[in-house]
Write a protein that binds this ligand. Sequence first.
Ligand code: 1GP
Length: 251
Amino acid sequence: MRLWRGRVAKYIEDKVGSGETLHFSLVDPAKTDVKELPRIAEQLVEAGTDAFLVGGSLAVSESDIDEVIEALRTASLPIILFPGNINGISRKADAILFMSLLNSDDIYYVTGAQVSAAPIIKRYGLEVLPTAYIIVGYGGAAGFMGRARPIPYDKPEIAAAYAMAAEMMGMRFIYLEAGSGAPKPVPTDMVSYVRQSIDSSIVIVGGGIRSPEVAQGIVRAGADVIVTGNIIEDSIEQAKRIIRAVKKGGR
Ligand code: 1GP
């Protein structure tokens, strides 16, 4: 069960290093029927998804997360926590996106939750993936709950400045988030501006990605990882098409 611990960052970085683009399937315990999950996970794996993210901004408890992780263990992929708050930590996961919501106006989401979480993460022995979480445009529940000041869709230079700062602070992963269910995803010109402004950090993009064409555009703009959540619940066939498009790359 602990197969992936300590190897998740390397797994991601090795794939990116060899020119692959990755897809992460986001499972929000508040929106998921756990009984269906093993069957859904199998299809996602078959289509080529690279890892599972587990978490959400609202109505998630540690035991909900535990249940989801157990159901996902039938697939032998890394399971990474994507916490909205300190209730999003589970000892059953392999790794955690240890995120600082850099453009929150509330210091709790920048460093406070992280301080509360750190001793728990240490005790659980989770692998830590140091991540800058940058909320763009719509923002959704993550933006609202995290008191973000979302970066306007037409200000890519601001996103790039955040990404540069994140990299200078030593964060290896930069997550550009339009918000779950966003009517408009992170724009491609923002992704390419960010990509060109940083050195070797891994760029993760999510929120409102609902078609293979959109996913591929974001990949071509320079994203290393595409995250989709809602579409898995809405249409597993469309989710599989997106995964295949991401895995084809385009760069
Ligand atoms: C949310 O980026 C993810 O954090 C996924 O968003 O549910 O819109 O795919 P969607």
